[in-house]
Design a binder for this molecule. Sequence first.
Ligand SMILES: Cc1cc2nc3c(=O)[nH]c(=O)nc-3n(C[C@H](O)[C@H](O)[C@H](O)COP(=O)(O)O)c2cc1C
Length: 469
Amino acid sequence: MSKKPRQLVLNAFFQRFGHHPAGWLHPSSTDNGRPNLDWYIRAAKLAEEAKFHAFFLADFIGQSGEITANTGKSPNNYQFEPFTLQSVIASQTKHIGLVVTLNTNFNYPYNVARLFTSLDHISGGRAAWNVVAQWPEHTAENFGINQNRPPHPERYVRAEEFLNVTKALWDTWDDDAFDHPDRAARQFYNSASAHPLDYRGKYYSAKGLLDFPRPIQGYPVIVQAGNSEEGREFAAKIAELQYCSAQSLDIAKAYYTDVKRRLAKYGREEDDLRLTPGLSVVVAETDQEAQDRFAELQQRVDVSNVHFGGFDLSGYDVDGPLPDLPYQESENGKGRFRQQLELARRENLSIRELVLRFRVSRGHLQAIGSPKTVADIIEQWFVERGADGFNIVPPLLPSGFEDFTRLVVPELQRRGIYHKEYEGATLREVLGLKRPANPNTGVPKGASAHRAVPSVAAEEAELLRAASA
Ligand SMILES: Cc1cc2nc3c(=O)[nH]c(=O)nc-3n(C[C@H](O)[C@H](O)[C@H](O)COP(=O)(O)O)c2cc1C
C-alpha cells in the first residue's frame, strides 16, 4: 500500500486582538475589552472551515497583584478559562481539534483526568492537552502554595509523573466498559472491566476508579511546548504535537533533527511527534500591501518600558545596544530568553530593534507578503524538514486570520501539501496518530497494569529494610 503524502499540520493559536502587542490598539479592535464568546465561536468556525487541525487555547494562569509602570498595558491575560470555552466550541464545531492548556503544578491528576475525558466525549474525540509546567511565583501565590518552588528540571519530572498518573486513571476502565448495560440482569457494567488504581508516586498519588469512561481517543492528544534541553527531552518522551519557535530555517532544522532524533530512545517513531513552530503571518494581495499593514502595527509599539532578564531597561537609550548586564535566565522560559539574547548579540540589535524584531512575533517565524511569498516560506520549511506544520499566530485578529484562510490556505491546497477535507473522526485520526491501547485490557478483574509502577513508598520501605538488615 502506498503511503499517503506527508501533509502540513495547522493549528490556530489565538490571543485576543492578535499576538502583536499593539494589535488591540488597531482601529479594527473596537470591542469593550471583555472576552466575547461569539468572537471565539466565529474564530473556531473559521478555522474549521479552513480545515485547521486544532484550535489552541493558551493559558498563562494567574495574575500578580504588583502594580508597576506596565500594569494594565497588555490585554493578553484576560481570556476565558480554556476548558469552559472549549466545551462551548465543541458544541459549535464538528471536526477541529480542541487544545486546552493545563498546568500540572496547580491541579490534581484526578481532576484533570475527568476534565479531559469529559471534553473528549463532549467533542466526539477531539480533545488535546497542552501540558505546561511553569511555576510563576505570582501564580503560586494566587494558589497559596509558594513553598518549595521546584527548580526548572524538576518541573518536567513532576509533570511526567502527573501525566503518568492521569493516564493510569484514564485506563481504570476498559474501553467498552459502559457499552453493554445488561438491563435484564440489572447490571450496568461488568465489574471485570474496572481496574482500580493504587499508585503512590514521588509527587502524586491516586487510588480508586475514575468516575467517567476512558477517553474516546484513549488519551487526548498530548501537546507540549518548550525549547530548553529538558523541554526537548520531555517532548520526545511524551508529546505528540509540539509547539516551538524558531527565527530561521537553520535553527528550525537543527531543532527538528535534534528532537526527532531523541524519539527512538523511547521506542517512538518520527511520525509519533509533529513539530509545529509558530508562524506570525501578515498576508495581503501584494507584498507591498502586507508590509504596509505590518508597518501600521509596528508604529504603535511602545518601547518606553522594556524589561529584560530581570532588568528594567527604561533608563537606557532605546536606540543603543542591549547593555551588558548580568541578565538572569528566566526559570519560566529558558529557551525563549536565550533566543532573544543570542539574536540581540548576533545581530548587534538595539533595544528598540530587539522589541520590534522578537517581541512583536514572540520569537516566531515571520512571514509578511503576498499569498505566494507566505506559501513559499511555509512550503520550504515543510519540505526541508524545519517543521511538520505551523502554529499560526496572527498579529492582528480577526482580520489577520481571515486573510490567511482566504489567501494562503487555498494556495497550500493547490500545491498539494495541505488537506482539503478532514480524514477521520477524532483528532488522532485526522493527525494520523496512533490510538493508545489500554494496558489494562485482558488484565484480571480488580487488577491494574499500572500497579507495576514502583511506588516511592515501596522504594523507601525497601531502603529501610535494607538498612535494618
Ligand atoms: C507556542 C507556545 C505556547 C505556549 N503556551 C503556554 C501556555 O499557554 N501556558 C504556559 O504556562 N506556558 C506556555 N508556553 C510556555 C512553555 O510551556 C514553556 O514553559 C516555555 O516554552 C519554556 O520552556 P523551556 O524552559 O523548556 O524552554 C508556551 C510556549 C510556546 C512556544
